[in-house]
Design a binder for this molecule. Structure first.
Ligand code: ATP
Ligand code: MG
Length: 342
């Protein structure tokens, strides 16, 4: 069976983008793939994490996986630091990846900001650890949001270079799976930035645990515009709005796209239903569909994290199963590289 690997960082503030761009897609893939879903705590510490919060956030992402419908008997759910193969393989990949490749990574530039000298070496090396996460399981497919496309390409480059350098087809060239109607959910405050856990403003995102009041307030305050909602004739043959039009009204199209994704309908249907209406009306409907979708998941997450024994059991069991897959791969790699283990 083809194998999926994907992960979410336990950096708090799990949001609608994480849900629509990643976690919701993870659930459906279980039918056709052998799935490994990781809580990537080693990625999280590339920027400072309070240790107590890191523990709580690790449980929260696990709870989100379970509440969204990932079955821990069928799929493997675990946190990254429990399986040492990730760190070990990442070191080898640090010696395969080239500085020129790493220097092109836009996520590092965005996250390091102006004071790049103060960024951790881990933040710079993030993509080689991500390649190790995926290739330690020889995963064939990785479902992610659009923002991770560049890192996935680097994973492919690393696999190809490793295989070429050692003259052996050790690693597959992994395919990204970027699908669904919201692969890039934007900030509610600024349509030019992606919705993110690390945005300092709580009003920039709807979290998976926001209650109905919080969802309503954030959507009410969300940036939109005073123009009316256009009709479906503005969509191209691909069902997407003309790029120039979308760029002129990024916040408006973000909210419309979120609605379509949550209601699980095409954008054209949303435009047909709301054509000629203003955003005040539309926001009420959006609040309803958001609360309807996220409400049950949020309360289940709360139930699971209030008494975390089940969550911890899932992570312990998942880690044992993950090691069984990753350790033989690491041994193979060590042999190929020429690491002596007398
Ligand atoms: P951080 O700001 O700490 O990097 P994040 O919001 O980017 O947090 P990650 O844990 O890095 O979250 O990403 C988890 C998954 O969610 C990845 O597959 C990523 O592509 C996806 N994702 C993150 N943000 C969005 C978004 N705004 N829209 C769609 N998918 C997203
Ligand atoms: Mg991210």
């Amino acid at each position: 069976m083809k194998r999926i690997f994907s992960g979410v960082q336990p950096t708090g503030n799990l949001h609608l983008g994480n849900y629509l761009g990643a976690i919701r897609n993870f659930v459906g893939l279980q039918a056709d793939y052998d799935c490994i879903y990781c809580v990537v705590d080693m990625h999280a510490i590339t920027v400072w994490q309070d240790p107590k919060e890191l523990v709580a956030n690790t449980r929260e992402v696990t709870a989100a996986y379970l509440a969204a419908g990932i079955d821990p008997k069928k799929s493997i759910i675990f946190n990254q630091s429990q399986v040492s193969a990730h760190a070990e393989l990442a070191w080898i990949f640090n010696c395969v990846a080239r500085l020129g490749w790493m220097n092109r990574m836009t996520q590092f530039k965005e996250k390091a900001g102006k004071h790049r000298e103060n960024a951790s070496v881990g933040l710079y090396a993030y993509p080689t650890l991500m390649a190790a996460d995926i290739l330690a399981y020889k995963a064939s497919h990785v479902p992610v949001g659009e923002d991770q496309k560049q890192h996935l390409e680097l994973t492919r480059d690393i696999a190809i270079k490793f295989n070429g350098d050692f003259g052996r087809e050790v690693f597959p060239v992994t395919e990204p799976l970027i699908f669904g109607s919201a692969t890039r959910v934007m900030s509610l405050r600024d349509g030019s930035k992606k919705m993110s856990k690390s945005d300092p403003s709580d009003y920039s995102r709807i979290t998976m645990t926001d209650d109905a009041d919080a969802v309503a307030k954030k959507i009410r305050k969300a940036t939109s515009d005073s123009e009316l909602i256009p009709g479906p004739e503005i969509l191209g043959d691909d069902g997407k709005p003309d790029e120039e039009l979308r760029r002129a009204r990024p916040e408006a199209f973000n909210l419309l796209t979120i609605y379509a994704a949550l209601a699980d309908v095409e954008l054209g249907e949303v435009l047909r239903d709301f054509e000629g209406k203003g955003f005040a009306d539309f926001k009420k409907a959006l609040t309803e569909v958001a609360v309807e979708n996220l409400g049950p998941i949020g309360s289940e997450m709360k139930r699971l994290t209030d008494a975390p024994d089940h969550v911890d059991d899932v992570l312990r069991d998942g880690a044992a199963r993950a090691r069984e897959v990753a350790e033989p791969v690491l041994r193979e790699v060590y042999d190929v590289v020429g690491f002596l283990r007398p």
